[in-house]
Design a protein around this ligand. Structure first.
Ligand SMILES: CCCCCCCCCCCCCCCC(=O)SCCNC(=O)CCNC(=O)[C@H](O)C(C)(C)COP(=O)(O)OP(=O)(O)OC[C@H]1O[C@@H](n2cnc3c(N)ncnc32)[C@H](O)[C@@H]1OP(=O)(O)O
Length: 251
């Protein structure tokens, strides 16, 4: 009898503990949402207009008011490098054209997307200054890409620091454009990134990507992420991109 009572008490204590934990977690979430809603930058109330579609005409790679002095300075430096033709600026239109072409591909049983079915790429789905602010430059002869990147507050991981997933997203996106421009449409087979120093939110970093080797459909690339003054090495990555085998996948 006593054993039964003890077991019942243990079960009910466990139940109340679990319920308490659940309520505390709900309260914390509500507090967080409340705090975010008070933040004037929080876009949740305004998600509709925040979505950018394939058809967007605006060049989001050009400077906007959220860009820091460092980002503007580097952007103008690279625009100068474009004057002799060694480097070319990759406009939003060029990226969207690539994306549109990619959306028309039929491979690995994925049906081509209908026009306007999906919003723009992940890196462009944030309001100005809150997510990924970047501009890219391509050097065809050297098979290199440079991405000037300023990560906003919605990309936070540890307080005040960029999330590693956001960093690798920007690296992956930059070198995916490089490999696609080098041999045609490719997909990431692997990317191996080492995070050496944390990146503060809002700071400007320079992503350098280069093609190391091409073996038939395989493109091996390496990349680094440095501070704007090149003094700090934040991350390094090696990766393999594989050219899409469209013939194989269409069968
Ligand atoms: C569509 C792109 C648009 C880009 C335009 C840009 C702008 C606009 C869109 C923006 C887009 C951003 C995009 C970001 C980049 C992603 O985020 S891509 C998404 C993440 N990646 C994926 O989901 C890929 C999933 N994996 C796959 O689909 C397939 O495994 C792959 C990678 C396409 C390769 O498959 P496959 O064509 O059947 O090739 P397969 O015969 O298996 O392998 C070919 C060779 O590669 C080797 N290989 C394959 N995988 C591996 C591996 N993991 N490790 C080592 N070797 C490997 C094989 O051993 C083989 O070597 P060889 O025997 O020839 O020497």
């Amino acid at each position: 009898m006593r054993e039964g009572l003890r077991a019942t008490l243990a079960v009910s204590a466990g139940f109340w503990c679990a319920l308490g934990e659940m309520l505390r977690s709900c309260a914390a979430r509500l507090r967080m949402l409340g705090a975010l809603r008070k933040d004037e930058h929080w876009p949740a109330r305004n998600l509709g207009p925040a979505l950018r579609w394939f058809s967007s005409e605006k060049d989001f790679c050009l400077p906007n008011p959220s860009w820091s002095e460092d980002l503007r300075h580097l952007f103008h430096q690279f625009m100068k490098k474009c004057e002799d033709g060694s480097w070319t600026y990759i406009s939003e239109k060029e990226m969207l054209d690539l994306q549109k072409k990619a959306s028309e591909l039929s491979f690995q049983n994925v049906k081509p997307m209908k026009k306007k079915q999906f919003p723009s790429t992940l890196t462009r789905n944030f309001q100005e200054g809150l997510g990924f602010e970047y501009a890219m430059f391509y050097n065809k002869d050297e098979r290199r890409i440079v991405c000037l990147f300023q990560g906003g507050p919605l990309l936070q991981g540890f307080p005040g620091l960029l999330h590693g997933g956001a960093i690798v997203t920007m690296v992956d996106y930059s070198i995916s454009i490089l490999s696609t421009k080098t041999i045609g449409f490719t997909m990431t087979a692997y990317i191996n990134i080492t995070y050496k120093r944390p990146i503060p939110i809002g700071s400007v970093v320079v992503i350098n990507g280069q093609v190391d080797k091409i073996e038939e459909r395989k493109v091996f690339l390496s990349s680094s992420v440095h501070s704007a003054d090149e003094k700090t090495l934040y991350s390094e990555a090696t990766s393999l991109f594989v050219q899409l085998n469209l013939e194989k996948s269409e069968t």
